[in-house]
Design a protein around this ligand. Structure first.
Ligand code: PBG
Length: 343
């Protein structure tokens, strides 16, 4: 056995020689200095609260896969919107769970001016005009197959879907929606929606494009929330982006901005921070992330089991979006985190 003998004794060079006296721990030594050099902060102004709406009155249904999240009838949702406004949350995003009897092959009920989503918007605008309303225009809550587009012969047809989504966007704007958020990933939808809004006098209604929506496993609990879970056959890979791709996400965002999108969204959130950073660096436009249902449920479930500190993980995940370059975050944690930030 020949034992290795170091040429120099360990620690021959001092740490100050190694680092050139640059010690990054200096600024981390106390709470006051950490606060002083903190680069990013989360504020209530960063939050958009997605809420689920059902028909009826005084109804509050738990969603088992999303502990702490409920489907609410419009009257109760309005109360929650009032609470959100008091907390300073700038906007809410509404998602309807439409009665099964009203869903069909083409999602035609989205064109009913008095459907659940539009009635909810009117109620919010009448009771809480100071909060922003963002409406999703995809067909999935309205189709009997749970896809975001019109299904013909096994194919989600693009152009017919775009025409229907653009018409639905006008009805949503007429109901009072401030921001139209198309989440279907059809080609040409942003330009078609912009034209339709402008032709109908809704120049001031903005478009938040779900520009880069990835085919993802993280939407599972949402599908339970809006009742598309049992309906969906196959997957959404012919219209959502392959989650292996990043350049394609940049192209999608570029196209949507050229067609008139005012704001970009990346969805899901945490697994796609690289995309957020790329889009912010490339385009410098208002950029948002959707921390989706599966991300919420993972944190909640691990927290409930005592495997992680759920509150700390929630705050850390939200701050990560800010660090990645987000201007705001759609998150089911919105009221909980707003309460914490206030306290
Ligand atoms: C579809 C839509 C999805 C979500 C919102 N709108 C994805 C899907 O069901 O495929 C997901 C939101 C979430 O998971 O929180 N237009």
């Amino acid at each position: 056995m020949n034992k290795f003998t170091p040429a120099k004794p360990a620690g021959a060079r001092s740490v100050d020689e190694i680092t050139g006296s640059r010690r990054l721990r200096r600024m981390r030594k106390a709470d006051w200095s950490r606060r002083l050099v903190q680069e990013n902060r989360l504020s209530v102004d960063d939050l958009i609260w997605p809420i689920f709406i059902i028909d009826g009155e005084n109804r509050r249904e738990a969603i088992p896969a999303m502990p702490g999240v409920f489907r609410l009838s419009i009257d109760l949702a309005v109360k929650e919107a009032e609470r959100a406004a008091k907390l300073g949350i700038p906007a809410i995003a509404t998602f309807p769970n439409v009665e099964m009897g009203l869903r069909d092959q083409t999602g035609a009920h989205i064109l009913e001016p008095d459907n659940l989503i539009n009635r909810a918007t009117r109620a919010f605008k009448a009771a809480v005009p100071e909060i922003g309303i963002i409406t999703d225009v995809a067909l999935d809550p309205f189709t009997s197959h749970g896809h975001d587009g019109i299904l013909r012969g096994g194919t989600i047809v693009n152009d017919e879907t775009v025409a229907q989504v653009a018409a639905a966007a006008v009805l949503q704007a007429a109901a009072g929606s401030d921001i139209i958020a198309p989440s279907d990933m059809m080609d040409g939808r942003i330009g078609a929606i912009r034209d339709a809004l402008d032709d109908n006098g809704f120049q001031d209604v903005a478009i938040m494009s779900y520009a880069t929506k990835f085919a993802s496993a993280f939407y599972g609990p949402y599908r339970e929330a809006i009742g598309t879970q049992g309906l969906l056959k196959g997957d959404k890979k012919t219209y959502y982006i392959d989650h292996a791709n990043s350049d394609e996400a940049v192209r999608e965002a570029e196209q949507d901005l050229a067609e008139g999108a005012d704001m970009l969204m990346v969805k899901p959130g945490l697994p796609y921070l690289d995309i957020i950073r790329r889009l912010k660096d490339e385009f410098r436009v208002p950029t948002f992330a959707y921390q989706v249902s599966g991300e919420y449920s993972m944190i909640k479930a691990a927290g409930a089991n005592g495997w992680i500190d759920g509150e700390k993980a929630m705050l850390e995940s939200l701050l990560a979006f800010k660090r990645a370059g987000c201007d705001g975050i759609l998150t089911y944690f919105a009221p909980e985190v707003a309460e914490m930030l206030k306290g």
